[in-house]
Design a protein around this ligand. Structure first.
Ligand SMILES: Cc1cc2nc3c(=O)[nH]c(=O)nc-3n(C[C@H](O)[C@H](O)[C@H](O)COP(=O)(O)OP(=O)(O)OC[C@H]3O[C@@H](n4cnc5c(N)ncnc54)[C@H](O)[C@@H]3O)c2cc1C
Length: 458
């Protein structure tokens, strides 16, 4: 019997109906949000750390690839079994293990969905700040592996800012506890920060110790509509320099506004950009911050309209344009190359101008929106999939987007990770020496290259 078959036989015996090998299940676990498909040979639904350790030990001994998986909402193919092997799903490991109100921290299993954690801690007047838009269908383990972020990142940061400790299972099956509840802890290299963002290539995260934050007393949402994208981008820094750190500063560009208007009939002026700014804190802080933003808006001649939402309903209306762009894009074309580049905040307007030039050069619509406060742009190059020429141009255009972004000191990914879709560009951004260093870290953790192999080309 071949080594692989021996492993599968042992796993089947141990996990019984939590070991899936039927065609339908393999298809169900073969894709993520990229729409690519790579079926695993077997799916294991683990329920605890000891089981994860068992799978890793046997897979390592017989050199079978293992791909950890949360809810498969990733945008870069990270959870796909590109070389077959085992799909290690943590979806059943979804419990809160300890809520430590004295230290404002919580231990959770890695398969817990982000939204379920929020609901769990809400009655205690607490929340977990990282809020990827996929929070209702992505797990804490997946959020950690991708170092996910969301609109609240401007004020509260991203996953790495909220993870204090981890229980991890290494490729050889050994279990390690890293980090601690200490606010300050500088003993040794910071392995927690290394694992956060490692895309399931260094270790399987089984438990996470996360910081929590009290829910702010008040919140206000504002809409600033501009006839100049450059001015909208400049406003982001003006707000921050004026002493206001908003929770979120989101933007939509001219193309996005046009698309949303045509698709939904929403009443918006023909404008170059919209900024949605949200502030939170005590009632007094929120009042002061929104007054300051209003002052700045009044001084700015390129602002067509400024509005403060009076209540939750109006706040939802303000968010409408930003939230409906993605689903309306299909009206432009059925094909979409969607990347999450990031540039230093000061370079946001320059990058948008570059994107407009690339759009003209290739004759393809490029729709941009995203997190202006972080310089994080969701670039959507639209093309018709049945048109080979357009499809080729779209890929060439995206290459140019990455090149221009790197030239501006930016990064090819702000939140979705490298996975397989962006692996060709990692070395361009980091350089050969840095990639070599990453490869040696990978070898130290996983000498047999069985843990999520062939991701990030490491
Ligand atoms: C509509 C939509 C909106 C999105 N919005 C955002 C956003 O605002 N911000 C953002 O950052 N992302 C966003 N994403 C991307 C995606 O949701 C995130 O990357 C998320 O963190 C993935 O979580 P998951 O549980 O689905 O992980 P999966 O897709 O299952 O896996 C992603 C990666 O994590 C690894 N992994 C998963 N669990 C573990 C574990 N326990 N241990 C080790 N490795 C593990 C996998 O191997 C894989 O490499 C969005 C996706 C969609 C579809």
């Amino acid at each position: 019997m071949k080594a692989k078959e021996k492993v599968y036989k042992a796993l089947k015996k141990r996990f019984k109906d939590r070991c899936l090998t039927d065609r339908l299940s393999l298809v169900q676990y073969s894709y993520d949000a990229t729409q690519m498909m790579f079926p695993p040979d077997m799916v294991i639904l683990t329920e605890n750390t000891e089981e994860v350790s068992y799978v890793m030990e046997i897979a390592n001994r017989f050199r079978v690839p293992v791909v950890p998986r949360g809810w498969g909402s990733g945008f870069t193919g990270g959870a796909l079994n590109v070389n077959g092997g085992i799909c290690l799903s943590l979806e059943k490991m979804d419990k809160v293990l300890e809520l430590d109100l004295d230290n404002l921290m919580v231990w959770v299993q890695a398969g817990m969905v982000n939204y379920d954690l929020q609901e769990h801690v809400k009655p205690y007047g607490l929340f977990f700040p990282p809020d990827p838009s996929s929070w209702k269908f992505s797990t804490i383990g997946g959020n950690i592996a991708e170092n996910a972020g969301g609109p609240r990142a401007v004020k509260y940061g991203v996953m790495k800012d909220w993870v204090k400790g981890l229980e991890i299972v290494l490729a050889d099956g050994s279990v390690l506890n890293i980090g601690s509840k200490n606010i300050k802890d500088v003993a040794g290299y910071d392995l927690v920060d290394l694992i956060v963002g490692s895309e399931g290539t260094l270790a399987v995260v089984t438990k996470a110790l996360l910081k929590l934050h009290p829910i702010p007393e008040a919140k206000k949402t504002m809409q600033l509509i501009f006839n100049s994208m450059r001015e909208a981008a400049a406003m982001v820094n003006k707000i921050i320099l004026y002493g206001v750190i908003p929770v979120a500063i989101e933007f939509v560009d001219r193309f996005s506004i046009k698309t949303v208007k045509e698709a939904t009939g929403v009443d918006l002026p023909d404008a170059d950009a919209i900024l949605i700014v949200e502030v939170d804190g005590s009632k007094a802080e929120v009042e002061l911050d929104s007054k300051k933003i209003e002052e700045l808006a009044k001084k700015n001649s390129s602002i067509i309209s400024f509005k403060v939402a009076k209540d939750e309903k109006e706040a939802e209306e303000v968010w409408f344009a930003r939230r409906t762009i993605s689903p309306t894009l299909k009206r432009i074309a059925d094909g979409k190359l969607n990347e999450d580049i990031v540039v230093p905040r000061s370079k946001l307007a320059d990058m948008i101008e570059k994107l407009e030039k690339i759009s003209k050069k290739y004759g393809l619509p490029i729709v941009n929106f995203g997190h202006a406060g972080d310089g994080n742009i969701h670039v959507n190059i639209m093309y018709h999939t049945d048109n080979k020429e357009e499809s080729k141009k779209a890929h060439l255009a995206m290459n140019e987007v990455f090149e221009e972004c790197i030239k501006l000191g930016g990064s090819i990914t702000g939140e979705h990770g490298v996975g397989i879709t962006k692996q060709d560009f990692l070395e361009k951004q980091l350089g050969t020496r840095q990639v070599e260093l990453l490869k040696s870290i990978k070898r130290a953790f996983d000498p047999n290259n069985i843990l999520n192999p062939n991701k990030m080309r490491l």
